[in-house]
Ligand binder design. Structure first.
Ligand SMILES: Nc1ncnc2c1ncn2[C@@H]1O[C@H](COP(=O)(O)OP(=O)(O)O)[C@@H](O)[C@H]1O
Ligand SMILES: [Mg+2]
Length: 268
C-alpha cells in the first residue's frame, strides 16, 4: 500500500507507508550532505522528521541509540521507527517546534543565548553516563582518524602541524596529542556536535537538543571547544562569556583546549 518503493530516489521501508501520510512528505534542505532529511506527518497527525542515511557515508545507529537512552532524561525527539536495509538507514522521530539557537535573539526578560546554551550543556554533562549504551570514546575516535590522516595524507598533516603546533615530525604530532589527552576518568556523556544549529529554542527555553550523530563519552571540553567554535562561526562571540558563566567554567584549561584544537585541525 501507500507510496511503494521509491520516493525522492530512495527506497522506503515497508513499515513507513502505514505510518506516514504520503501528501505530507517534504524534503528539508540544509544539514549534512550525506543524509537526506524530510519533514513528514504521521497518519495520526503528528509532525515528524525522517532522516535517511547512506551507510557507505555514515550511520544513524549512534543517534538512534542515544535518543532512546535520553528519552526521559532530556527534551529530545522521540524515535518512532528505525530500520536498516543494508544500504540505507531510516530514523523517524518527532518534529519539535522551536527556532534554531543561531536564530535566537532574547526578548525582554528572556535569558541570553549564551546563558541558555551554557545551562543546557551543563544539564547534558550532569547525566549519569555509566549506562550509556554506545562504546564511542570521542577523543579516541578522533585520534584514530588523525592516525588515518597521518598514514594517508602525511604531507597535509605535517603542514598543518608545523604551522600551528611547531611539530617537528609526524611522531611528534602523535606525542603532543598523547601528552595532552584527557584522562578517561574525567569523561562525561558528550553531545558531540554542540553547536548553534543543533539546539532548538522556544519561548526563551530549550525545547530540544537534536543531532546526536556524534555523541559519545568524552571530557567535557570536547563539547565546550566545539560550542565556542560554533559561537564564532555564527558571529555570536559576544555570548561566550555568558555561556561559560552559565556552564560554570571560570577559566578555560589551556592544555585541554589545545588538545581539542589540535584534533580539530588534524582531522583536516
Ligand atoms: N526533531 C526535529 N524537530 C525539528 N527540526 C528538526 C528536528 N531534527 C532536525 N531538524 C531540523 O533539521 C536540521 C538538520 O537536522 P540535524 O539532525 O541537525 O542533521 P545534520 O546532521 O544534517 O545537521 C536541523 O538543523 C533542524 O533545522
Ligand atoms: Mg545538525
Amino acid at each position: 500500500m501507500g507510496y511503494g518503493t521509491a520516493t525522492f530516489g530512495y527506497p522506503w521501508p515497508d513499515a513507513l507507508p502505514d505510518m506516514i501520510d504520503e501528501g505530507s512528505i517534504a524534503r528539508i534542505n540544509g544539514g549534512r550532505h550525506y543524509h537526506a532529511i524530510f519533514r513528514v506527518t504521521l497518519r495520526s497527525g503528528e509532525p515528524c522528521i525522517l532522516k535517511i542515511e547512506d551507510k557507505s557515508m555514515g550511520t544513524l545507529f549512534t543517534e538512534r541509540q542515544t535518543l532512546l537512552w535520553l528519552e526521559k532524561k532530556l527534551p529530545v525527539p522521540k524515535v518512532h521507527h528505525y530500520s536498516d536495509n543494508g544500504r540505507f538507514e531510516y530514523l523517524l522521530m518527532t518534529w519539535i517546534d522551536g527556532q534554531l539557537a543561531c536564530d535566537y535573539v532574547a526578548q525582554d526578560g528572556q535569558p541570553s543565548l549564551g546563558a541558555l546554551l551554557g545551562e543546557g550543556l551543563a544539564r547534558v554533562h550532569r547525566l549519569v553516563a555509566d549506562a550509556y549504551p554506545t562504546p564511542s570514546l570521542l577523543p579516541d575516535d578522533c585520534m584514530e582518524l588523525v592516525r588515518h590522516n597521518i598514514s594517508t595524507r602525511p604531507n597535509e598533516v605535517m603542514e598543518v602541524a608545523k604551522t600551528n603546533f611547531a611539530a617537528t615530525s609526524l611522531d611528534d604530532v602523535l606525542r603532543q596529542l598523547e601528552a595532552n589527552k584527557p584522562q578517561a576518568s574525567e569523561y562525561v556523556f558528550a553531545h558531540g556536535d554542540y553547536g548553534l544549529g543543533n539546539v532548538l529554542i522556544r519561548d526563551g527555553q530549550i525545547s530540544a537538543f537534536i543531532d546526536f550523530d556524534c555523541a559519545g563519552l568524552a571530557d567535557p571540553y570536547y563539547d565546550i571547544y566545539y560550542a565556542l567554535q560554533s559561537f564564532k562561526f555564527n558571529q555570536r562571540e559576544n555570548e561566550i562569556d555568558d555561556f561559560l558563566a552559565a556552564y560554570g567554567v571560570d577559566e578555560l584549561p589551556k592544555d585541554r583546549m589545545r588538545f581539542h584544537h589540535m584534533l580539530d585541525l588534524l582531522l583536516l
